[in-house]
Write a new protein. Structure first.
Length: 290
């Protein structure tokens, strides 16, 4: 609990505190009732003791459930914290959204369907090269959509890659032939290690600039935008190159033990978001990128 408070918690209300809460409640989850001397205490007293405790607990639970709720049940609070279930229920317009169809009203699902259709069209047209799509925010919003060539080394089972802000609903809807590039670093190993420059919404503070996605997944022939060459060189140097091997190399027993040994060092790895600065720090400096 102290560690969670120290790092600032999470964007989902109370999620990281659940293990500590469970541990704190363990000693009192089951409390034995003391034996009752039937000769000295009547039946009414034996019954009143547990029922009295139950009434107090139930009464306090009612107070908590009715009057101590957070004020952001269906939205994101002023500190970036949200009741995630309430947030998605409100936007899906369903009381209990479970299946993909339940999220039909959600813009992120519409993004996923659009990307799945684009992947199918690219697969059906042999003359059309596979694309890396960099999405500013949303197909259904104001974000910019750009199509750039994908790295041939990605494999024939990938029709396109897309940088998105929601890797859950959108990622599931896209299907297995779309490679999801996590923009915010919630699941991406490089973006999660971008050096933090300012505090913001928990879990959404670190974001790898798009040039890193181009360097990692775009065609090696790409020389624009500025910084892409520096990003490629930084990816091939030092601990960042070790990180790339750790998360992308085939997982055999040798790789497993190498990852275990490398984990302490890679845990503390921080990369500057500026590719030129990152190359200088990781590679020892090779001048300015074109």
């Amino acid at each position: 609990a102290i560690w969670v408070i120290r790092v600032g918690g999470d964007f989902m209300h109370g999620r990281f505190l659940l293990p500590a809460l469970f541990g704190g409640l363990l000693p009192v989850m089951a409390v034995p009732m003391p034996p009752v001397d039937r000769g000295r205490v009547g039946r009414s007293a034996r019954v009143a003791a547990p029922w009295g405790a139950a009434v107090v607990v139930i009464g306090w639970a009612a107070v908590c459930g009715w009057g101590l709720r957070v004020p952001y049940l269906k939205a994101i609070g002023p500190w970036g914290i949200a009741d995630e279930r309430g947030f998605y229920v409100a936007r899906a317009a369903r009381a209990n959204p479970v299946t993909a169809e339940d999220y039909a009203a959600l813009g992120w699902r519409q993004d996923g369907l659009e990307l799945r259709d684009r992947a199918a069209r690219a697969r059906e047209d042999p003359e059309r090269p596979r694309q890396l799509l960099l999405v500013g925010f949303s197909f259904t919003g104001d974000g910019e959509i750009r199509e750039l060539p994908l790295d041939p080394a990605m494999g024939a089972d990938i029709d396109l890659a897309a940088q998105v802000v929601n890797i859950g609903v959108a990622g599931y809807t896209m299907g297995p032939r779309v490679f999801v590039v996590d923009r915010f670093g919630l699941a991406d190993p490089l973006a999660a290690r971008v050096r933090l420059t300012m505090r913001g919404r928990p879990g959404h503070e670190k974001e790898a600039p798009e040039v890193w996605s181009l360097a990692r997944y775009g065609d090696p022939a790409l020389t624009e935008p500025p910084g892409i060459v520096a990003a490629r060189e930084a990816l091939a140097c030092g601990e960042l190159a070790e990180l790339e091997r750790a998360v992308s190399a085939p997982l055999n027993w040798g790789r497993f033990w190498e990852n275990v040994a490398a984990a302490p060092g890679l845990h503390g790895l921080r990369v500057d978001g500026n590719p030129d600065v990152a190359r200088e720090e990781l590679c020892g400096g090779r001048g300015e990128s074109p």
